[in-house]
Design a protein around this ligand. Structure first.
Ligand code: SOE
Length: 418
């Protein structure tokens, strides 16, 4: 891992970035592109060239605030520019495939927000485009940012070193509560055509990816139940998801461009066409039993991601609420003193940590995106396949599809397509 040694900077090639979308994820990615070069020694220098969005005024404001040199209302323009080498996709799932495939065909590296697509068919087309582009040294990565939380990167290393032995259990939960109120409007995340699925694809995808990443194993089959607790919601939004408000009656009530549904506001309601919650069991290639819970109805839980792995030699446990901590139990220690102990994952020897602050000075959510940007730039410079790859994203998509199929078939055991 690079360290912040205040080394003198020599001139490096520029990597021009064009970002599409500038809502919540656009802001996290912009923050990462702004800070990554200041904290890591990178072989190329990221250059925040253009941000694209649908509404001229909004995208101009976003460019000025977030640090982009230019704004555009047409993402296709970015593909024709020689000064842009990387397209960063932060739009709704419905547009991921079109933008990513066009960008890869234009010879641009791609970073695409999760979940990779809305369907396995779209994700498979994207993975094919990525494989073809790789022949020309073009790389593609999907943005499962939690892999780059240092405590979770450390957990992965412990598993890979065999410190947990054979993994027997994975217990994963991702809980939010932002649509508990039945008056919360029908934002795009609640519309299947735009979001693909609900809590399952939005946050369940993260814990599915983490389960495979941490164990190094594959999920082979699932048994699932899903539910949509509130089936009708008011139309009209003033936001894109978490934090969305009912439409301001003094405005047109139309959804904000680039972030919303195409539904017309008013007193009418519309139908929620995705799950509010998904609960499922799974098996892994290594024989582990896994449980997953993803919900937007866990009152009091704002962004509660937790995961525990139990192996024959030990366990790890992580809770995003204390994201700099990893709990580790070494079962090979004498029983009299063995037990879970808290590792403060801020030592220079910990993943990514040496680039930041002295030990004990915590990192936050945003740093996972900076680490993601750093690893992508390294992959581009070295011509290696970044992880998670589009193939990894496709596998998650197939697992999500298996969950939906199992739930539709009343929890029927459903093998994951390979
Ligand atoms: C909304 O549920 C959301 O912003 C997700 O889309 C992100 O992936 C997650 O990290 C936080 O919550």
């Amino acid at each position: 891992m690079s360290s912040l040694a205040h080394r003198p900077r020599t001139a490096r090639p520029l990597l021009g970035i064009g970002m599409v979308g500038h809502a919540f994820m656009g802001r996290t990615h912009s923050h990462a592109w702004r800070s990554v070069d200041a904290f890591f020694d990178l072989p190329v220098q990221p250059d925040m060239r253009v941000v694209a969005g649908r509404d001229a005024a909004r995208v101009e404001t976003a460019a000025a605030r977030l640090g982009w040199a230019e704004a555009s209302t047409d993402w296709r323009e970015l593909l024709d520019r020689d000064d842009i080498g990387l397209i960063d996709i932060c739009t709704q799932g419905a547009s991921h495939a079109e933008i990513a495939i066009a960008a890869l065909e234009a010879g641009k590296h791609v970073l695409c927000e999760k979940p990779l697509a809305n369907t396995p068919a779209e994700a498979a087309a994207m993975a094919r485009a990525a494989a073809k582009a790789a022949e020309n040294g073009i790389v593609a990565m999907v943005g499962f940012n939690y892999r780059r939380v240092p405590a979770l990167s450390l957990a992965r290393s412990l598993v890979a070193e065999g410190r947990l032995g054979t993994i027997r259990h994975v217990r994963a939960r991702y809980l939010q509560d932002w649509i508990v109120d039945p008056e919360h409007p029908l934002v795009w995340r609640l519309v299947r055509e735009q979001a693909g699925s609900g809590a399952l694809g939005d946050i369940g995808a993260h814990i599915v990816d983490l389960a495979e990443f941490l164990t190094g194993e594959r999920i082979t089959g699932v048994s699932a139940i899903t539910e949509t607790f509130v089936r009708e919601r008011p139309l009209g939004v003033a936001g894109s998801g978490i934090g969305a408000q009912a439409a301001d009656p003094s405005t047109s009530g139309l959804p904000a461009a680039g972030t919303t549904t195409d539904l017309t506001a008013g007193t009418a309601t519309g139908t929620v066409t995705v799950d509010d919650a998904a609960v499922f069991l799974a098996r892994t290639t290594g024989g582990a039993l896994a449980t997953f819970e993803a919900t937007r109805f866990a009152t009091g839980r704002k962004n509660a991601l937790s995961i525990e792995l139990n192996g024959s030699r030990g366990s790890v446990a992580f809770d995003f609420a204390a994201m700099n901590d990893l709990w580790f139990h070494d079962h090979t220690e004498p029983a009299a003193t063995a037990g879970f102990r808290r590792i403060d994952v801020t030592e220079p020897s910990h993943p990514y940590a040496s680039a930041w602050w002295p030990p004990g000075h915590a990192l936050g959510y945003e740093h996972s995106f900076t680490h993601q940007a750093r690893d992508l730039i390294e992959a581009i410079a070295t011509g290696s396949t970044p992880e998670p790859s589009f193939e990894d994203g496709l596998r998650v998509q197939r697992i999500l599809a298996a969950v939906e199929s199992s739930a539709a078939n009343q929890s029927l055991w459903t093998p994951v397509e390979t």
